[in-house]
Design a protein around this ligand. Structure first.
Ligand code: UFG
Length: 336
C-alpha cells in the first residue's frame, strides 16, 4: 500500500469528477485501497482513459446536465470528489470564458445534480490561487481571498457556490486549497502526464531524462528571495489524496462548508528544487535563465495547521520522495 490509510469510513461509492486526471487518478487508487468504489466521471479533455484503473469510467462532461443526472441515477453515490477543472493560470488569462464555463458552470451543474439526487457530501479541489498576492506567509485560511487571474477567480467562485448550497440545502463540503502538487504513485502505477507540461518538477525531470531534451528554463532569478527564484510549497500527490479521505470522514461528523489549506508549511525555491532533482538525476539537467513568467507570486507557502488539527492530516513524503517517484514514473513512460 502506498500510504498508510485509515480505512475507517464504511465502504461506499464515490463519484470522482476528473478521475482520469493527475490528482484524480491517484485519488481513485487510494479510494479503492480503502475499500471504496471510485466511479470516474471525466470528459477526457485533459485526462487519460488509461489512467482509470480502479473503478468504472463514465465518459461525460459537467456541462451535460442529462449525463450528470444519469450517473447519479445509475450509481448509489455517497460522496462526490470534484477534481474536474481547467487548471493553467496562463491559459485562463487568454481564455477566461473556458475557465468560467468549465470551472464555475460545471460546478453549478454538479451541485444541482447532487441536490436533485440528495447527495450531500462534496470534496472540492481548490487552490492557493484563491489568495492572490500574499499579504503574509505562511498563508492560513483567514488570509484575504483576492485572486489575480481567471483561474483563481473561477475556483473562488466555485467555492462560493458550494458555500451557498451548504447554507441553503444542507450540503456538507470541504474545499481543499492545494499548494503545489508534485510526485507520482510510490508504486509506479500512475503519474503526471500533462500535454503540454508547464509545471516545474516534471519539466526538470523531462529535461534530465528525455533524449535530446532542451535545458529546463528557470523563469526569473531576480526575485526578492535568497537565491532570486520563486518559492513554492510542494506537496506530494499521495499526501493530497490522503487528505481527501480524511475530509470524507470529517464531513460524516461535521455539517456545513469548510476550507483547508494543503501544503507542507515549508517552501522551496526553484533553485532548490533544481538542485534536489540534480542530486537524484546524476547532475542533470542543464538550466537556462529567462525572464519572469507573468503572474507568478514570489512566495506561496501554506499554513496547514487547520488541516492538521481538524482533519488529523500530516504530509508523510518529502520533496525528495516526490522527485524520486515522479522520475521513476517518467523513466517508465520513456522506456515504454
Ligand atoms: N517554473 C520554472 N520553469 C518551468 C516551470 C515552472 O521556472 O519550466 C517556476 C515557475 O515560474 C514558478 C515555479 O516554478 O515559480 C512553480 O511553477 P509551476 O508551474 O510548477 O506551479 P505554479 O506555482 O505556477 O502553479 C501552482 C498550481 C496551479 C495554481 C498555482 C497557484 O499548479 O494550479 O500554483 O499560484 F494555480
Amino acid at each position: 500500500m502506498a500510504v498508510p490509510l485509515r480505512a475507517s469510513s464504511p465502504a461506499s461509492t464515490v463519484l470522482v469528477c476528473g478521475g482520469a486526471g493527475y490528482i484524480g487518478a491517484h485519488m481513485c487508487k487510494q479510494l479503492a485501497e480503502a475499500g471504496h468504489t471510485p466511479v470516474t466521471f471525466d470528459n477526457l479533455s485533459t485526462g487519460h482513459r488509461w489512467a482509470v484503473k480502479w473503478g468504472p469510467l463514465v465518459e461525460g462532461d459537467l456541462l451535460d446536465e442529462m449525463k450528470l443526472a444519469d450517473v447519479f441515477a445509475e450509481y448509489r453515490i455517497a460522496t462526490v470528489m470534484h477534481f474536474a477543472a481547467r487548471s493553467l493560470v496562463g491559459e485562463s488569462v487568454v481564455q477566461p470564458g473556458l475557465y468560467f464555463r468549465n470551472n464555475v458552470t460545471g460546478t453549478l451543474n454538479l451541485l444541482e445534480a447532487m441536490r436533485a439526487a440528495n447527495v450531500r457530501s462534496l470534496i472540492f479541489s481548490s487552490t492557493a490561487a484563491v489568495y492572490g498576492i500574499p499579504e503574509y506567509t505562511p498563508l492560513d485560511e483567514l488570509h484575504p481571498t483576492r485572486p489575480i487571474n481567471p483561474y483563481g477567480w473561477s475556483k473562488l467562485m466555485a467555492e462560493q457556490l458550494i458555500a451557498e448550497y451548504a447554507q441553503a440545502h444542507g450540503l456538507r463540503a470541504a474545499c481543499l486549497r492545494y499548494f503545489n502538487a508534485v510526485g507520482a504513485d510510490s508504486e509506479g502505477e500512475i503519474g503526471e502526464a500533462h500535454e503540454p507540461e508547464t509545471h516545474l518538477v516534471p519539466n526538470i525531470i523531462k529535461a534530465a531524462l528525455e533524449p535530446d531534451a532542451e535545458p529546463v528554463t528557470i523563469f526569473g532569478n531576480d526575485y526578492d528571495t535568497p537565491d532570486g527564484t520563486c518559492i513554492r510549497d510542494y506537496v506530494h500527490v499521495e499526501d493530497l489524496c490522503a487528505a481527501h479521505l480524511l475530509a470524507m470522514e470529517y464531513l460524516a461528523r461535521h455539517e456545513g462548508g469548510h476550507a483547508f489549506n494543503l501544503g507542507t508549511g515549508s517552501g522551496s525555491s526553484v533553485g532548490e528544487v533544481l538542485a534536489a532533482c540534480r542530486a537524484l538525476l546524476g547532475g542533470k539537467p542543464q538550466a537556462t535563465i529567462s525572464s519572469r513568467r507573468p503572474g507568478d507570486p514570489v512566495r506561496l507557502v501554506a499554513s496547514a495547521e487547520k488541516a492538521r488539527s481538524e482533519l488529523g492530516w500530516a504530509p508523510r513524503h518529502t520533496l525528495a520522495d516526490a522527485i524520486k517517484h515522479a522520475s521513476a514514473w517518467h523513466r517508465a513512460q520513456i522506456e515504454y
